[in-house]
Design a protein around this ligand. Structure first.
Ligand SMILES: *[C@@H]1O[C@H](CO)[C@@H](O)[C@H](O)[C@H]1NC(C)=O
Ligand SMILES: *[C@@H]1O[C@H](CO)[C@@H](O)[C@H](O)[C@H]1NC(C)=O
Length: 281
């Protein structure tokens, strides 16, 4: 078991105070939940329906970095406004880009930060999640949708295709036929269709969506952060590995939990019929 001061442990930053939103131009960043342990990122370009410009995605990456380093944060919620989670990438920014610029600069590669965070990330989607907005939601670990949410990959209507994981993550989430139909026609699906097809896990009334997502984040944050990261790694491996390799990885991670204080505390608390007090160690 790694303990504070163990040379193998990565140096940890001291807990940071709540982030000042002033650092960010395109997003609002704060901590929510009774214990202030849910990182909260709200995309905030209302006039552009939260179109995902380069600056916005860089700020999302910075906010995720700081939540990742914050020992008090156990889960992260990303949301937009009631009208739009994000209506797409910023097309004006792309209009005159050349192939050479896209290829040479590995255009959109840094968006991937959302899918590499160790802490669980919940997307709370009200309104439009189109193009890059749908892809951003799919990079998160759990998607909650408001009743009026709409999901779509309309890139084909602009003469291009999804470039931030849309063809891959959508297909894994909803299967080939619906993914093909959405990617080839640009048609949107409603929150209800998204739920039926497995893209989202729950639907809520518009005005309750964000608080329900934060509640889910609080539930996750009350568990061991160390073990949650292992659980997330194991589920994500299902998308990368064969069944045999995935089961092997799961077994190794499962065995690893027996090297933690939190596994001991969790099982002891269960036997003693009390609530576990996890220390993320
Ligand atoms: C892109 O190029 C066209 C044609 O040269 C020009 O009219 C337009 O303003 C440019 N768009 C942007 C966003 O710079
Ligand atoms: C949980 O454990 C920590 C560290 O051992 C301790 O400081 C804290 O008081 C405990 N909390 C509860 C509710 O028992």
């Amino acid at each position: 078991v790694l303990r504070d001061g163990d040379p193998l442990e990565e140096p940890r930053d001291p807990p940071r105070p709540p982030l000042a939103s002033g650092r960010y131009e395109h997003i609002l960043v704060e901590k929510r939940g009774e214990q202030n342990n849910v990182g909260f990122i709200q995309l905030n370009r209302p006039k552009a329906l939260n179109a995902l410009c380069d600056g916005l995605m860089r700020e999302v990456g910075q906010a995720l970095d700081s939540f990742e380093a914050d020992n008090n944060v156990g889960a992260i919620v990303i949301t937009g406004s009631d009208r739009a989670f994000a209506a797409g990438a910023d097309i004006k920014e792309m209009q005159n880009r050349t192939f050479q610029e896209c290829y040479g600069g590995n255009f959109l590669a840094h968006w991937n930060r959302v899918s590499t965070v160790k802490k669980p990330v919940i997307a709370a989607v009200n309104g439009f999640a189109l193009g890059g907005g749908c892809e951003l939601a799919m990079m998160c670990d759990i998607i909650y949708a408001g009743e009026k949410a709409q999901f779509g990959q309309p890139e084909i209507l602009l003469g291009t295709i999804p470039g931030a994981g849309g063809t891959q993550r959508l297909t894994r989430a909803v299967g080939k036929s619906l993914a093909m139909e959405m990617v080839l026609t640009g048609d949107r699906v409603s929150a209800q269709e998204a739920k039926q097809s497995g893209l989202v896990s729950k639907i809520f009334p518009v005005d309750q969506l964000v608080s329900e997502a934060v509640k889910c984040g609080e539930k996750i944050a009350s568990n061991s952060k160390l073990v949650s990261a292992m659980a997330k790694e194991a589920v994500n491996a299902a998308f990368e590995l064969t069944l045999a390799e995935g089961n092997r990885l799961e077994k190794r991670l499962f065995h690893s939990t027996f090297a933690t204080e939190d596994r001991k505390e969790g099982m002891t608390a269960f036997v003693e019929k009390r609530k576990a007090n996890f220390t993320d160690s």
